[in-house]
Design a protein around this ligand. Structure first.
Ligand SMILES: Cc1cc2nc3c(=O)[nH]c(=O)nc-3n(C[C@H](O)[C@H](O)[C@H](O)COP(=O)(O)OP(=O)(O)OC[C@H]3O[C@@H](n4cnc5c(N)ncnc54)[C@H](O)[C@@H]3O)c2cc1C
Length: 331
């Protein structure tokens, strides 16, 4: 008979890490966490700017920790270190399996779940916690990205280089943080913020205030109130990589070294579909708010995959609730 885990967690972000820690605390040690990236906390590594403060009460919402996993407000780097320390302290590093993208979870007639991996065969589990976030598939604009400029049309700041002229597109918290964050990084970048509405309405109070202040002070170039109509290559003499010519709906055009789109992310609908998890009209899973249980017994969704108003503290709390339910069901 092949090996059967008590709990397999998909996703090694805050929710996934907290799930395996909560399981340990509850005496369930036969667990595995699978992530498509080559390390834990990959979304935070990729999408948070360097040195970003990691807030407990994210997006103006107050959170109380209800489980065993918590964190101190700190920088992005310190947060990742805190997670690494937690993994070492709990002695659970060997429970993480990286570089394996999972496309769905199947429950068989024998009541066991099966997860197919690239090079570790089919993994079997009694319970599965899905903590895959929602940043896997960033929202893309409707217009075409011509081939030559694709390398400089990005969804996060990781590729931005010293001294570049960058336009950030979007009106939410991530767009604000990218825009003023890039100014603060001291990389001598000229940063423009573009949003189709003339007013910023969708940011939390801190981000709104900071973004508006930077726009007023001219630290950020204001391109609010007009949408991007199309993007095209703008060749530069002696340079292989063309710049991006952006054509706006107000008839103006401007050339940038790079454009960063922060248009939000969508719930990974395909994964939920492949796993037969029932969803609402926005492609978010339907789950029990007390237990995190989906329509399939033994299958749980936690953290950002459940809600666009997610946070680290919420993902930690969801992990506690899901593991608590697994413990209850096995009594
Ligand atoms: C720019 C930015 C700033 C933020 N700042 C804060 C803040 O200050 N404070 C705060 O509390 N929150 C903040 N948040 C929100 C917070 O990061 C999230 O709520 C939190 O990371 C959610 O954790 P999670 O485990 O649900 O998902 P994620 O952190 O998204 O982790 C999901 C994991 O699943 C993996 N994965 C995805 N799909 C698959 C698959 N098919 N197979 C295998 N693995 C997969 C990914 O590689 C990833 O490691 C911020 C978010 C962003 C984007």
């Amino acid at each position: 008979m092949s090996f059967i885990y008590d709990i397999v967690v998909v996703g090694a972000g805050p929710g996934g890490i907290a799930s395996v820690v909560e399981a340990e605390k509850a005496g369930i040690t036969n667990t595995l966490v699978i992530d498509k990236a080559d390390t834990h906390s990959d979304m935070i590594t990729k999408f948070y700017k360097k040195g970003k403060r990691v807030d407990k009460d994210w997006q103006g919402k107050k959170f109380e920790f209800i489980g065993n996993v918590r964190f101190e407000e700190c920088s992005r780097e310190e947060f990742i270190d805190q997670m690494e320390d937690l993994i070492q302290d709990e002695d659970i590093a060997d429970k993480f399996l990286y570089n394996q993208e999972i496309y769905g979870v199947q429950k068989n007639e024998d009541g066991l779940f099966e997860l197919d991996t690239h090079n570790h065969g089919t993994i079997k589990a009694k319970n599965v916690i899905v903590s895959i976030g929602r940043m896997g598939k960033p929202n893309k604009p409707g217009y075409k990205f011509p081939g030559p400029i694709r390398p400089v049309l990005n969804y996060n700041l990781s590729k931005v280089k010293e001294g570049e002229k960058v336009m950030v597109v979007g009106g939410g918290d991530t767009a604000g943080e990218y825009a003023y964050g890039l100014v603060d990084l001291g990389m001598n970048c000229e940063v423009t913020l573009n949003y189709r509405r003339a007013e910023i309405g969708r940011m939390n109070p801190i981000n709104k205030e900071t973004t508006e202040k930077y726009l007023e002070e001219g630290k950020l170039i204001n391109k609010l109130g007009t949408d991007v109509e199309s993007v095209e290559p703008s060749p530069v003499e002696g340079q292989v990589q063309p710049q991006v010519k952006v054509n706006f709906t107000d008839g103006t055009s401007e050339v940038y070294d790079r454009v960063v789109f922060a248009l939000g992310g969508t719930s990974p609908k395909d994964f939920l579909n492949n796993s037969n998890i029932e969803m609402n009209e926005w492609g978010e899973p339907l789950y029990n708010e007390d237990t995190m249980a989906t329509n399939i017994e033994g299958l749980y969704t936690i953290g950002d995959v459940n809600t666009s108003a997610g946070s680290i503290a919420l993902a930690f709390n969801h992990a506690f609730q899901a593991v608590g339910d697994i413990v209850e069901r096995n009594k």
